[in-house]
Ligand binder design. Structure first.
Ligand SMILES: [Zn+2]
Length: 397
């Protein structure tokens, strides 16, 4: 049991008494100070001198009078599965080389409650996931949107916590370091699909998934190629500006090109893989095109459904979008309701959110443009475009 676990259990034991006391306080003061209802989370990062590998400490303090629940994967409780920190060297962004995992919707056990006045402490092995090999002046900052957009039980929390975060700066001198990221064992040829540790059945499922993903990405690319704009775009990416639309179009185009012609290696992992804890699939953004498949993948629906948070084919879109050489996306939010809320609140983050690309490409339920289509229908229609057909009309403005 880690330190965090201990703190959390201690908090939950006194939780009932606290809630009762808080209910009284809240009802007495509700009229005079609305802002007290909103949690304030303070984040501090410390650098305590050179260790090898480089580590930082992160403190998360609840400065409000109410408990705040945050998703545990938005805290560096274990190995990072998303780009939680912005790291720069001499003012230039340092790339995140760690795991980018796709998850199922959170359940109650995925939240950590931080009681009023409580503090959590984490030790972050920064060097495992960021390239700190070069000497220079570094700055490390927590990506605060991960806490300010916390979603409780699939819907946005009524009172989102406000997050105040400090960055830390430190200098690194030239050192001997070796890159820790695993290498893809057999880089496949362009367009090929190869496998590592996948059974014959699993290989078949993955081949079908890639084929369907090609249909999804083809439909998505067609939407931008024909300059469509309407509910489908707005649902997943929010308000459009010419610059953002053009950036989104280039990301969709890159996803589709990679889906069709990249040499993809699927690496089938067992539950013993620590990176697979609660994760459907994951990649390293700087290691195109290796896609790690976790056991949960085999239990999800092959194709998108109206409510699904993940389909097998859509997961391939999600993972492909992560590679730096493709669309360089992050995981800001997972699943549909959180991704829809992100599009509303922050369109710039939404076009950089892998699940938003998955759902845009799946287009389920249908919101205009092309698709979802079967691979054979897509091939047929791509050869004989039917411009002007009502099939493509999606609320032109
Ligand atoms: Zn992801």
């Amino acid at each position: 049991m880690g330190l965090v676990e201990l703190v959390r259990r201690a908090v939950s034991r006194i939780g009932v008494a606290l809630i009762a006391a808080l209910a009284l306080v809240t009802s007495l003061q509700a009229s005079e100070s609305k802002s007290d209802d909103v949690g304030i989370i303070e984040i501090a990062i410390n650098y305590s001198g050179l260790t090898n590998p480089v580590r930082v400490e992160m403190f998360v303090r609840n400065r409000s009078r109410t408990a705040v629940s945050v998703l545990r994967w938005n805290l560096p409780e274990r190995r990072l599965t998303k780009r939680l920190f912005q790291v720069s060297r001499n003012g230039n962004a340092v790339s995140y080389n760690g795991v980018l995992g796709k998850r199922l919707p959170p359940t109650s056990s995925d939240y950590i409650a931080i009681g009023p006045g409580d503090e959590l402490e984490f030790i972050v092995d920064l060097e495992r996931d960021y390239d700190l090999s070069q000497a220079g002046e570094y700055e490390v900052k927590y990506n605060t949107e991960f806490l300010s957009h916390s979603i409780q039980g699939g819907t946005p929390e009524k009172s989102l916590p406000r997050v105040q975060a400090d960055s830390v700066r430190f200098s690194l001198l030239p050192r001997d370091v070796s890159s820790k990221a695993p290498d893809i064992t057999n880089p496949p040829e362009g367009g090929d699909t190869t496998f590592d540790s996948c059974s014959a059945t699993q290989q078949n499922i993955l081949l079908v998934s890639r084929q369907q993903a090609i249909a999804y990405s083809g439909g998505g690319k067609h939407y931008f190629d024909t300059q469509l704009m309407g509910s489908r775009y707005q649902s997943w990416f929010g308000d459009s500006t010419p610059a953002r639309y053009s950036l989104a179009a280039s990301k969709m185009s890159a996803i589709d090109a990679a889906m069709n012609s990249a040499g993809v290696q699927f690496l089938c992992r067992s539950a013993a893989d620590p990176e697979c804890d609660g994760v459907i699939a994951y990649v390293y953004g700087n290691q195109a095109y290796g896609i790690y498949i976790c056991p949960i993948f085999w239990s999800i629906s092959p194709l998108a459904t109206f409510t699904s948070c993940a389909s097998q084919a859509g997961t391939i879109i999600h993972e492909m979008s992560h590679f730096n050489v493709v669309a360089g996306t992050d995981d800001h939010e997972y699943c549909k309701s959180a991704s829809l809320a992100l599009a509303d609140s922050n369109p710039s983050l939404a076009i950089n959110n892998a699940d938003s690309w998955e759902f845009f490409a799946e287009n389920t339920p249908f919101q205009g443009g092309f698709g979802p289509l079967s691979p054979s229908f897509l091939t047929l229609t791509m050869e004989t475009p039917i411009r002007g057909s009502s099939l493509f009309v999606d609320g032109f403005e």
